[in-house]
Design a protein around this ligand. Structure first.
Ligand SMILES: O=P(O)(O)O[C@H]1O[C@H](CO)[C@@H](O)[C@H]1O
Ligand SMILES: [Mn+2]
Ligand SMILES: [Mn+2]
Length: 392
């Protein structure tokens, strides 16, 4: 029985979103943002495996740009997908790829100081028994722990911040504040803010001493559950095994997931993906998220780091594909952009590449995010609720 692998390269956008002007970074519209093309402009990208399937052609289709180094004639399925949801965040992107476009407008905290309503800040402090909270603003997570980490150690108050996404993020020292206490606090805050349509509360534990704080791998996202049946729910209800690699478990609030495969780094997740190419059951669905493009390089505006991560991942993709067999389908895509050459530190509104192995050479064209999920279900012989399959 056929197997399907859906692999999200978090934030690996291809530019060209028709509504990019409605999204901003530091007050500048996202018009022209193009994660892959702008990274390739810094130096030609060496990604033979994904390019051979159609990565360069997908960027050109999405945006009219030809990324330096990606010029193969596609031998796989290739296209680009346009998002409908009004948010350029991770849950909006993943849910829509999985067949459930977000039906509401998220609540965003304003870029003011304070960013959070006084009643909410007071409730957060009460939940964890501190005299108050630190931060209370829009921030980059690495900058804010460098700035406020010492005060956090002195006062014991949690560092709370947000971004252009619908998020409430809490940073706290693993050893001093305590990891479990941070996770409990995040769950409590999630119960308060999910009804306000704040998409996620994110635990951001860190360790170290002043001047040398570093975030740990124990990040946890407490997300609103998706408002409908995703490809994971549909596959599981049909008796199929479903495997979630990386953040997929958090993003879908654990729904429709049979087996969770987590790791401390994308390198760990690559081992899971390659292992599942060998071991995943006939008829199963494997859904993976590789987050480091976004968290380590996109938000940090690190063009060179992003380029190296892309080239590393291309090798992973090659090793993974080499283990697939007849009847398997692998789709590589992304959930939004995060152009490291852009202003600000937030995601960028972009189209995303859709690259496939196992469907022959096929131009899928410009498709919708929901068509990705529809194609996965079509391949598994199941019926999509939304979208149209682009498989030949
Ligand atoms: O700057 P850090 O803490 O990495 O946060 C980033 O990660 C969040 C989730 O993707 C985004 O909303 C952005 O704020
Ligand atoms: Mn993302
Ligand atoms: Mn992000």
């Amino acid at each position: 029985m056929s197997r399907a692998f859906l692999i999200v390269m978090d934030s690996v956008g291809a530019g060209g979103a028709p509504d990019a002007a409605d999204f901003f970074n530091d007050g500048r519209p996202d018009t022209g943002a193009n994660t892959l093309a702008h990274i390739a402009a810094s130096r030609p990208l060496v990604m033979p495996n994904l390019d051979q399937l159609g990565l360069g052609a997908a960027v050109h289709l999405a945006s009219g740009q030809r990324p330096a180094g990606l010029k193969a004639v596609p031998e796989g399925l290739w296209g680009a997908a346009t998002e409908a949801a009004s948010g350029k965040d991770t849950p909006s992107g993943h849910w829509e790829l999985a067949g459930v476009p977000v039906p509401w407008d998220w609540h965003y905290f304003p870029d003011t100081r304070p960013a959070f309503p006084a009643v909410l800040s007071a409730a957060v402090a009460r939940l964890t028994d501190t005299g108050g909270i630190l931060g209370n603003c829009h921030a980059s997570g690495t900058e804010i722990i460098a700035r406020l980490g010492e005060e956090h150690l002195r006062t014991g108050w949690p560092i709370c911040y947000t971004s252009a996404d619908s998020v409430f993020q809490i940073a706290a020292h693993e050893g001093v504040f305590g990891l479990q206490r941070l996770l409990d606090l995040c769950q409590g805050v999630a119960d308060l803010v999910h009804p306000m349509r704040v998409g996620r509360v994110i635990a951001r534990p860190f360790t170290g001493t002043p001047g040398r704080f570093t975030r740990t791998a124990n990040r946890r996202d407490f997300a609103i559950p998706p408002p409908g049946d995703t490809v994971l729910d549909i596959a599981q209800a049909a008796g199929r095994q479903t495997h979630a690699i990386g953040k997929i478990g958090d993003i879908f609030s654990g729904r429709g997931i049979g087996r969770l495969h987590k790791g401390a780094s994308d390198a760990d997740l690559a081992d899971h993906l390659i292992g599942l190419a060998d071991r995943a059951e006939p008829g199963s669905l494997t859904f993976a998220n590789f987050v480091e493009f976004d968290s380590l390089y996109g938000h940090r505006r690190d063009i060179d780091g992003y380029a190296k991560a892309l080239e590393w991942f291309d090798g992973v993709a090659g090793a993974f594909i080499a283990r697939l067999g007849p009847g398997d389908l692998a789709l590589f895509t992304a959930d939004h952009g995060n152009d490291p050459s852009w202003s600000g530190t937030d995601h960028t509104r972009e189209r995303v590449p859709v690259i496939g192995w196992g469907a022959g050479a096929h131009a899928a064209g410009l498709v919708d995010f929901v068509d990705v999920g529809a194609s996965v279900l079509d391949h598994l012989g199941l019926t999509p609720r939304k979208g149209v399959s682009f498989l030949p």
